[in-house]
Design a protein around this ligand. Sequence first.
Ligand code: G16
Length: 543
Amino acid sequence: MTQITTVATTPIAGQKPGTSGLRKKTPVFMGRHYLENFVQSIFDVVGAAGKTFVLGGDGRYFNDRAAQVILRMAAANGAARVIVGQGAILSTPAASHLIRLNKTDGGIIMSASHNPGGPNEDFGVKFNMPNGGPAPEGVTEAMYKRTTEITEYRVLEAQDVDLGRIGRHELGAMVVDVVDPVTDYAALMETLFDFPAIRAMFAGGFRMRMDSMCAVTGPYAVEIIENRLGAAKGTCVNATPLPDFGGMHPDPNPTWAKALMDEMFGAVAPDFGAASDGDGDRNMVVGRGIYVSPSDSLAVLAANAHLAPGYKAGLKGIARSMPTSAAADRVAEALGVHHYETPTGWKFFGNLLDAGKATICGEESFGTGSDHVREKDGLWAVLLWLNILAVRKESVAQILHEHFKRFGRNYYSRHDFEAIDTANADAMFAALRAALPGLKGQDFDGLVVTHADDFAYTDPVDGSVSTKQGVRVLFDGGSRAVFRLSGTGTEGATLRLYLERFVTGPDELGEDPQSALAPVIRAAHRIAGIAAHTGRSEPDVVT
Ligand code: G16
């Protein structure tokens, strides 16, 4: 017997979704009514009666329990059907694809992305729209407002659904379809990329290391790279998703994917290396002895996408987030297509993709993707790189150097100052914003400020305006410093300092971005008074 119970509740402070859904420490999410209040607020805003949703997550601690709660609440709120990845597992891009493929009314993804998982680490929940993309600000604001008013939630009294068994299940009047998490996604990848060419490359001795960091991409990578593309067994490492990601910090950057970096810079490095994050939407790529920054990766992928069958007709446009380097803009100009500069957050690409204004999008935060889904897609980027390598038959280093020769080079780096006191961070930004009008024309050891503002964006499709999206200071000659507070952290504030310097001649300033950027770094510290406000002069993470 199943019965719907209405549970009285009261609002819990702070259930405000950030850059990408609601993220908190796992014990907070496991607290009384916490998950339930937020899920009910989602259903209250988007409506559940008669609807079909997709549900899955990155397998982190509490993923399985949260899935059962969400299913019982979906049933109690009158949903007709939920499509769930087996074991409640779905990578974020695979969830986006399932939402679109099945023309559902959206989906709930359980993930705190690249943040660590475990009983004392992070958990998260986000809602994706029927187009497969993250809910836009208007919708997440409405959800947040609902959490501040909530008085009750509905839940079905029922046994757990056996999410280990693929096939149709019933939960009260609702249907639960448990599907293989990989099959449909892998089929989509086969339509986009030249699998025979990549297979031939592996058969010819090409070696790769794919590090899934004990997170959700493992099963996808093994099926596609080893089983379908014929890479040697063992090419995919850390390929079993674990509730605590094996104690790893599943953030694919040179700091957290250090084992991969060491291997790629070692004596017997493979030809190509890649890593992905907790929920599979981020990626890092590395060549033998050469690191590819996300901004450069976006530019190279855009310049060479036509080599893959899915993009042979060319690109409609290229979009990047504001803090991402302008390398992709130069490619767009050369291709004669539009380029767009959006605020940080994949949701801002949604309208451009839906309207056919952009085909490829990317962010400095290790995210690249295209109009095949409405999320960034880590494995997609890796496969596009493999396709390009298979066609061009050159090394990653050769491809990068030719790219710089043709388009110029945007030296780029991001410095993160983590877990700083929130009040100090706010004070620093208040002072910085106040100083903006006087910055133009000031000279910082030869770097002259040409423009300084707080980035605001008007969506070219629906006209919505987003303000205060990061402070940017532009210097003559194409150098730039951008200051932003992270929207995905769960502890204190994280200052992100984005640094860029452009040169037309290849390798004029050598290989090391930190030395090339030194003058910009000095100017940025002086302009924001980082040490005075935060007590920090050195970043915690450099990417
Ligand atoms: C999320 C968004 C990304 C965005 C990133 C920014 O990434 O999906 O589009 O670039 O946040 O993070 P922050 O606000 O910390 O700079 P993810 O991978 O966490 O979903």
